[in-house]
Design a protein around this ligand. Structure first.
Ligand code: C2E
Ligand code: CA
Ligand code: CA
Ligand code: CA
Length: 279
């Protein structure tokens, strides 16, 4: 009640519904986390089907907060996109990726690239290219060490600015991937105008590839067409050997998923890589 509230804020806060309260706490805690650079990166290997080699790793952000516990990126990234806080978060992530890259190189893994998920809000910001270039320069590293993942939705409005940015990223030396392919509305033929290296088929297709014939047909068609358009295909969310074998038959190039490894911290990833090398 009003009398019991220690102050106006406490009173109003208690009266709010749970969703609104969570939003307020999230907002406060995200701001603190940005201040303290309190985000971590986990990594998941990308394996080439043909020769069973690990060719790269994807960086996935992790945030553990003292009040909220572990908060999924599926919750806080869209939230941070709405408030614009995604831009400082994204810059922290890129900076941390540079630090983690050093650990990887120090452990003797010189060829692996790190894939960065770039939010459409950051990508479309006018200073995006400068921002990413500056962070890499500050860390004495170059674009050749990285891959940029943007979703189909990010590049859907293929205006001249989008094309210009993708071409520039490519010229700088980044590899480019289209993430979550199949969840947007774009057609493959429309992607040809972009200088893309990889197309990542969304997990929602891979999940039912064994049981649903129509999903299987779609995945097969995506792979064949992507190859004709000179893109390589990554299947995400592969969990079983059945899925792996089917994707292999279809000519898919790379696999990511729990079948090989969940996303893990860099130290664990390095151990994983060392064991993998021996096998
Ligand atoms: P995404 O980029 O499509 O990443 C793949 C998600 O699938 C990751 O979830 C990964 O942990 C999960 N995954 C990988 N293999 C499997 C599997 O075999 N089975 C299942 N069930 N899941 C699998 P995560 O890490 O929770 O990330 C969720 C989404 O949050 C990402 O989807 C991406 O959209 C966003 N995200 C994560 N990290 C970042 C980041 O650093 N920056 C930005 N902008 N977004 C990020
Ligand atoms: Ca991704
Ligand atoms: Ca994805
Ligand atoms: Ca996804």
């Amino acid at each position: 009640s009003k009398q019991n509230g220690r102050n106006g804020f406490a009173f109003y806060f208690e009266d709010l519904n749970i969703d609104t309260r969570r939003v307020l706490v999230l907002d406060t805690e995200i701001r603190k986390a940005i201040e303290n650079k309190d985000f971590e990166l986990y990594f998941q290997p990308k394996v080439s089907i043909g020769d069973n080699k690990i060719v790269g790793i994807e960086a996935l952000v992790r945030w553990k907060n003292e009040k909220l516990g572990f908060v999924s990126p599926n919750e806080f990234i869209p939230f941070a996109e709405e408030t614009g806080l995604i831009i400082p978060i994204s810059e922290i992530i890129i900076e941390k990726a540079c630090e983690e890259l050093r650990k990887l190189r120090n452990a003797g893994f010189y060829d692996l690239t790190i894939a960065l998920n770039i939010s459409s809000i950051h990508f479309h910001q006018y200073s995006f290219l400068d921002s990413i270039k500056n962070i890499l320069e500050k860390n004495n590293t170059s674009a050749q060490n990285f891959e940029i993942e943007v979703t189909e939705r990010t590049v859907m409005n293929s205006d001249s600015d989008t094309i210009r940015k993708l071409v520039r990223l490519k010229q700088l030396g980044f590899k480019l991937s289209i993430d979550d392919f199949g969840t947007g509305y774009s057609s493959l033929s429309y992607l040809v105008r972009f200088p893309l290296d990889y197309l990542k088929i969304d997990r929602s297709f891979i999940q039912h590839i064994i049981t649903l014939d129509d999903k299987q047909a779609v995945v097969d068609a995506i792979i064949q067409m992507a190859h004709r358009l000179k893109m390589e295909v990554v299947a995400e969310g592969v969990e079983s050997v059945q899925q792996l074998n089917l994707l292999k038959e279809m000519g898919c190039d790379y696999i990511q998923g729990y079948y090989y490894s969940r996303p893990v911290p860099m130290d664990e990833l390095i151990e994983f890589l060392q064991i993998w090398e021996v096998v």
